[in-house]
Write a protein that binds this ligand. Structure first.
Ligand SMILES: Nc1ncnc2c1ncn2[C@@H]1O[C@H](COP(=O)(O)OP(=O)(O)OP(=O)(O)O)[C@@H](O)[C@H]1O
Length: 304
């Protein structure tokens, strides 16, 4: 199975070019889509989720297991109903009906997704509640759930109907570390014969979960590949120095500074250079360095 995005573009009515000829091929497994605020991640996710029109380009889902509703290939931009049958979507803003229980809501969504037999629905809903660890609180109204519980409920609803393509848009923003871990474990358990796209601006989420990724910035793909390969590509090119905060501007003028971060009251500066930098120490690069190195090619990033 593959999701093939080709030259996808979108300009909003206010003139913002949110997607500029995006091309990506996404295979089964967990795919991370990283980008700063306003990069175009949600625009891309909403287009793939059939909720928004593109101006030009194509999105195709190929190699699908064929059944009476689903052919082997789908044109995502035009065969929307068929795509929705194989899609699970957890949007960035996931509202819940506060006075409905998790169990009743999942049952309702399962009927909307076409699971007509009530016994079958009950089995599916109970299974999902167990999977996302909400079975004990299934009879509580959704309005009483914490942020993490709501996100886990969001994943349960996205999993109804055994989707082949799952899109989760910034799922861990605002979750405490324990809930974030729980959410990561849940995502990583989703079957291997599924395409999962995780859109986020949290680099660590991609480091922990994804075997393939892309970085987008200002509507364009600026990097794509295996996170380990992208990190390896920076070996020997990232240099570190601890400086006073007041010196940042001087270094920005004289070096290719990719990030500055406060560490124990000192400012830690990372710079990119093919050759050693005098007064700097070499450091092993990580995915955050890849992220900053790529997006600072396109825009000014103030990190401290
Ligand atoms: N409906 C809309 N009308 C006009 N402009 C929009 C609309 N939706 C998004 N934009 C603009 O398009 C650009 C991309 O936004 P988008 O929400 O896709 O980015 P994002 O990467 O998801 O950002 P964030 O992480 O902040 O959610 C931004 O400049 C945004 O202001």
């Amino acid at each position: 199975m593959q999701l093939e995005i080709q030259d996808l573009s979108k300009t909003y009515a206010n003139g913002v070019r949110a997607l500029k000829s995006i091309s990506l091929t996404i295979s089964q497994g967990m795919f991370g889509l990283l980008g700063p605020n306003g990069a175009g991640k949600s625009s891309l996710m909403r287009t793939i989720a059939t909720l928004q029109e593109a101006d030009s380009g194509s999105v195709r889902l190929t190699g699908l297991p064929v059944d009476s509703y689903t052919p082997e290939r789908l044109d995502v931009l035009t065969q929307k109903d068929a795509v929705r049958r194989v899609l699970g979507y957890l949007p960035q803003e996931f509202g819940v009906y506060p006075r409905v229980t998790a169990e009743a809501m999942l049952d309702h969504i399962a009927s909307l997704k076409g699971i007509a037999n009530s016994r079958e629905r009950k089995e599916i809903v109970e299974g999902l509640l167990q999977k996302v660890n909400l079975y004990q609180v299934r009879k509580k109204n959704l309005g009483t759930y914490s942020g993490g519980m709501k996100q886990r409920f969001g994943i349960a609803q996205a999993l109804i109907g055994s989707p082949r393509l799952i899109i989760v848009d910034e799922p861990t923003a605002g979750l405490d570390p324990a809930e974030r871990n729980r959410f990561h474990n849940l995502l990583s358990e989703i079957g291997e014969n599924t395409i999962v796209i995780l859109s986020t601006h949290i680099v660590e989420d991609v480091t922990n979960l994804c075997s393939d990724m892309a970085i987008i910035c200002l509507g364009e793909v600026v990097a794509t590949g295996d996170p380990n390969d992208l990190v390896a590509g920076l070996n020997g090119k990232i240099w570190q120095k601890f400086i006073e905060k007041t010196e940042i501007d001087v270094y920005r003028r004289t070096h290719r500074v990719i990030s500055t971060q406060l560490k124990g009251g000192k400012t830690r500066l990372h710079a990119y250079s093919d050759l050693p930098l005098s007064g700097f120490d070499p450091v092993s690069p990580d995915l955050e360095d890849v992220y900053f190195a790529k997006i600072t090619e396109k825009m000014d990033v103030v990190t401290v």
